[in-house]
Design a protein around this ligand. Structure first.
Ligand code: CA2
Length: 143
């Protein structure tokens, strides 16, 4: 049975509580419930984590027993060579995920360090991107 880490970066713990016009009204706990439901139907296991700290996110990447990682790195997407290097160091497939369409937003969000090392990227589908990403990762791991 595949095991997948769903890892969330800074400020995503605030989902559903602020800026609903950009990020919607669904909370991270609601998103975890969507993932739990999807994981059950796919027959995979998962861990769901969030941190506001770059080093903690890197530790999750280094230490996970998961075979694949779904990563919404938040704003670290656009700044963190360290997270990019952590992904390279573990040699596990990563699917980059964003709630918003980062290419329709400010120019500084158009570049992603994660895209350099991810096999795929989903963005702009809001919370429904999470179960889709889980499904895509399960399919990738089954290849
Ligand atoms: O669209 C995404 O998923 C992002 O990764 C979200 C990040 C942003 O910096 C990326 O460019 C795109 C920001 C997450 C902030 O989440 C909040 C949620 C509620 C209230 C305030 C921020």
């Amino acid at each position: 049975m595949s095991h997948i880490l769903i890892l969330n970066g800074p400020n995503l713990n605030l989902l559903g509580t602020r800026q609903p016009e950009t990020y919607g009204t669904i909370t991270l706990k609601d998103i975890e419930a969507l993932c739990a439901h999807e994981a059950k139907s796919l027959g995979v296991t998962y861990e769901f984590e969030q941190s506001n700290h770059e080093g903690t996110l890197i530790d999750f990447i280094h230490n996970t027993k998961a075979e694949g990682i779904v990563l919404n790195a938040g704003a670290y997407t656009h700044t963190s060579i360290a997270i990019m290097d952590a992904i390279t160091s573990v040699n596990k497939p990563v699917l980059e995920l964003h709630l918003s369409n980062i290419h329709q937003r400010e120019a500084f969000r158009h570049h992603s360090y994660i895209s350099n090392v991810a096999f795929a990227m989903i963005c702009g589908l809001g919370a429904s991107g999470y179960p889709l990403a889980l499904r895509a990762m399960a399919g990738h791991l089954a290849l």
